[in-house]
Design a protein around this ligand. Sequence first.
Ligand SMILES: [Zn+2]
Length: 79
Amino acid sequence: MSVAVIYHCTICNESKKATNHWFAALQTENVLSFYKWEDARTLGILQDDATLHLCGEKHAQELLGRFLHSQPNKETPNV
Ligand SMILES: [Zn+2]
């Protein structure tokens, strides 16, 4: 028996509907990776706690913008 999972956009909290063009993203401290929804499903990461869900390209860009602007200006010494 499977349980239906309702995904919400990380940016606007909209709930996912079948026809929407959604994306998934994974963010670590220094890396932000985007996945097409079906690829994320294939990889089995859709329900991971760390996975971000995005209702479309607009909010994927919003997430990217937040990520870029949140980067600390950490210089790596001796490189
Ligand atoms: Zn959204």
